[in-house]
Design a protein around this ligand. Sequence first.
Ligand SMILES: [Zn+2]
Length: 187
Amino acid sequence: MLTDAPARKNRSGFLESDRIKTLDLPPNGDLLKIAQRLECAMKADKIRDVRSACTAFLATASHFYEVPTCGVRVLAARPLRTHEHGTFELFGDYTPDSMLIRVWMRTAVRKEVTSFGTFVSTLCHEFCHHLDFQKFGFPDSWHTRGFYERAAALYHQARGTPLKKLFWVPTTGGRWRIDWQRTNRSG
Ligand SMILES: [Zn+2]
């Protein structure tokens, strides 16, 4: 995971996004139950059940954070070209104007099935973009350290796994990347 370079525009919003490293979380069990339903649906390759579990997941989370519910489209395969605020993401995207999340179950080129963990992680990631606009009121949604920390908190809540402390190392251009060796060692 690599953060975006610091924004030139809306710098204070960027810094605030970077700073907010925690997220209130829905009561234990709410998202976990839906995530388990989602896992069964994925294993059975039932896309309709995957869709309804994703819808329930996002409705439950949106209700908890008191934000409008975002829409979700679950696609069988990744579109060949995708853009998210001009950035390229492998497994999903979010469009702020329509408040729509798209996630896909297969990668574009090799048609490999996205793993359940990756799928849930993507759902949480895209939902955190939704929160950036609707809950935090940021003018944009950047991949800051804080963003990844918030997405990780939501992900671990949804999977019922303990939250790991993330260790960051600076790289070029004011970006940060996760030091996985240190992060995994501490967990
Ligand atoms: Zn993103």
